[in-house]
Design a protein. Structure first.
Length: 317
């Protein structure tokens, strides 16, 4: 008869925390989806479409025939209506994939009295809302290690289900994968990992030529360090504890270390042509969503402007 191994106290506590976190996330997911859709709708309402002529299957518009073009391009049925020749144009379809990584590790559950929601809640809202906005604009969205790229209109539900059914360890940084050269990556994390790990992650993902946008999601207390007197600080992922007798005396050293950490991340993103954004959870989610859409959209427009890109020459993602 097989004997099941007994868990240590630490392992048992970790399992209980994971189960509790999963149940909490499942209970909050309907509210998360509603909030993500609300934020996405706010942004989509103010956006101009990215429609343009190019390779594709869907009809877009008619335009006047230009002297020198092949006669085979003329739409004779439309041209028969008046004295001009017309060409039938199709809508350009971008074979463009955006990978979104929402950090769901233990450190993301933090929320101070200066913010109304945890970093995890804000990160998931942004990930789902960004997926909605991108698919609405004709792009494909995937979650590294969780969901293959899709352009489905129910992308929010697919992303939510993939996240809910994930049973792997909640890592701060995305798993190793090889995005296609024309893909883009959006990393949503507090980025409090060791700077060496962050550099290696960015370098590995950019190795294939993919572009990226690194977003640091932080609670306002993690920037301002608004603590006074005797405070015990607990590291959420490693379980370490440290007590400050007079926490206010740590403020200048703390803010200096944060600045150095961010400078190192920005140096790496600048070197590789990626972008770096800092977002505080006391700011509107739509503010970051607009900024991200503009940056992702700029890369899409540049891709569309390349005359050599055809449906046959597009790299798979």
């Amino acid at each position: 008869m097989a004997v099941e191994p007994r868990l240590s106290k630490q392992e048992d506590a970790a399992v209980r925390r994971a189960v509790g976190a999963g149940q909490t996330l499942a209970a909050a997911m309907p509210r998360l989806i509603l909030e993500a859709r609300r934020v996405a709708a706010t942004v989509i309402h103010g956006l101009h479409g990215r429609r343009r002529a190019g390779p594709g299957e869907n009809f877009w518009q008619y335009r006047r025939f230009i002297s020198g073009e092949p006669a085979s391009r003329v739409d004779w049925r439309r041209s028969a209506r008046d004295d001009h020749l017309y060409v039938r144009e199709h809508e350009w379809e971008a074979a463009h994939t955006v990978w979104i990584w929402p950090d769901r590790s233990a450190s993301m559950v933090f929320a101070s009295q200066l913010a109304r929601e945890t970093k995890l809640y804000r990160t998931l809202v942004l990930a789902l809302a960004l997926g909605e906005v991108l698919v609405d604009g004709g792009e494909r969205v995937g979650l590294p290690g969780l969901m293959r790229p899709t352009g489905s209109r129910n992308v929010v539900e697919r992303m939510a289900q993939a996240i809910l059914h994930d049973r792997t360890e909640r890592m701060s940084l995305p798993p190793n994968f090889s995005p296609a050269p024309l893909a883009e990556i959006v990393l949503l994390s507090d980025l409090w990992s060791d700077i060496g790990e962050v550099r290696r992650m960015i370098a590995q993902l950019s190795g294939s030529g993919a572009r990226g946008h690194v977003v640091q999601i932080v609670d306002p207390a993690e920037e301002t360090f608004p603590y006074w007197g005797r405070i015990e600080f607990i590291e959420p992922e490693g379980g370490g504890r440290i007590t400050a007798g007079r926490a206010e005396t740590w403020r200048s050293d703390y803010t200096a270390r944060v600045a150095r950490h961010r400078a190192a991340i920005r140096g790496e993103t600048d070197r590789l042509g990626w972008s770096f954004i800092i977002h505080r959870t006391d700011r509107p989610a739509s503010e970051l969503l607009l900024a991200l859409h503009a940056r992702v959209g700029a890369a899409v427009a540049e891709f569309a402007a390349q005359p050599s890109v055809t449906p046959e020459s597009r790299a798979p993602t």
